[in-house]
Write a protein that binds this ligand. Structure first.
Ligand SMILES: [Zn+2]
Length: 276
């Protein structure tokens, strides 16, 4: 069963990864049709179905357009690969679907997985757009609130247990307070887009536990600081240049959802032993 679920996650992850590429590309053209066929950016040739298979087509074409030979950015297969890796990770670590003991657990497990898969899609899209344009489109950020609130509420109703939902709402509130304070104190370092995103990620993190919430916030700041330092060291940025923070918030949240609670429990255990 788990093998089937993993295979499904790979195929859906790659397919949705292609869709993420379309979202990222069209984020600059607001009225563009999401399902119109993709074209080569250099020669305008329509990309045929056989050349539109995620990752494989890019490898077979050696990263070049079939009609004009213009290079196709490695970002496209990378986005597809990252989305697929997240799809697979999310069915294995936070709430293993295969371990459900009854229909109720299975149903809420599916709902939570759908919310996480949407986090993978919207998260990868937001990270790519933020790195390129230094902005986080409202529509994508609000889609995360909607996906998390809808799925988690339905899962809570199924299980008749609203503890995780309440923790999620508190997580959103705590994140909004922390990021709101930062935006007020240092408006140049953090944008309103980051503030809006923090609430959605807090909702996700809180649902999975206090450990996930705490580490998700911590990871975001640690990764963002490392990235900023790296840019400074390699002279790619100056002290005052804009650094996209969204990607680190999203990566931090994904890592914390996957491993946060286990790391937190291990830490508490070590602490307990140290005291005794
Ligand atoms: Zn071309």
């Amino acid at each position: 069963m788990m093998l089937f679920i993993n295979l499904l996650a790979v195929v859906l992850g790659l397919a949705f990864g292609s869709f993420v590429n379309v979202i990222v590309f069209r984020a600059r053209v607001p009225k563009a049709n999401l399902i119109s066929p993709s074209c080569c950016l250099s020669c305008g040739a329509r990309i045929s179905a056989r050349d539109n298979v995620p990752i494989i087509s890019w490898l077979l074409l050696k990263g070049k357009c079939r009609s004009c030979g213009a290079p196709i950015s490695v970002v496209y297969p990378a986005v597809e690969a990252i989305t697929a890796v997240l799809f697979v990770a999310f069915v294995n670590w936070p709430s293993p679907l295969g371990a459900s003991r009854n229909e109720t657990e299975c149903a809420s497990g599916i709902l939570v997985t759908l919310a996480l898969w949407w986090l993978a899609c919207a998260g990868v899209a937001l990270a790519a757009i933020d790195l390129r344009d230094f902005r986080l489109p409202n529509r994508l950020v609000f889609s995360l609130y909607a996906a998390a609130a809808g799925s988690f509420l339905a899962a809570s109703l199924f299980q008749g247990d609203f503890g995780a939902m309440l923790r999620g709402l508190l997580g959103a509130g705590i994140s909004l307070l922390i990021y709101g304070a930062i935006v007020l104190i240092a408006p140049s370092g953090m944008g309103v887009g980051d503030l809006k995103l923090s609430g959605a990620l807090g909702l996700y993190l809180g649902w999975f536990g206090w450990g996930a919430l705490f580490l998700g916030l911590l990871f975001a700041f640690a990764l963002g600081a490392l990235f900023g330092l790296g840019l400074l060291l390699f002279k790619k940025a100056k002290v005052r240049s804009t650094i996209a923070f969204g990607p680190w918030m999203i990566l931090g949240a994904c890592l914390a959802i996957l491993f946060g609670n286990s790391i937190w429990e291990a830490y508490l255990l070590v602490l307990q032993r140290a005291v005794i």
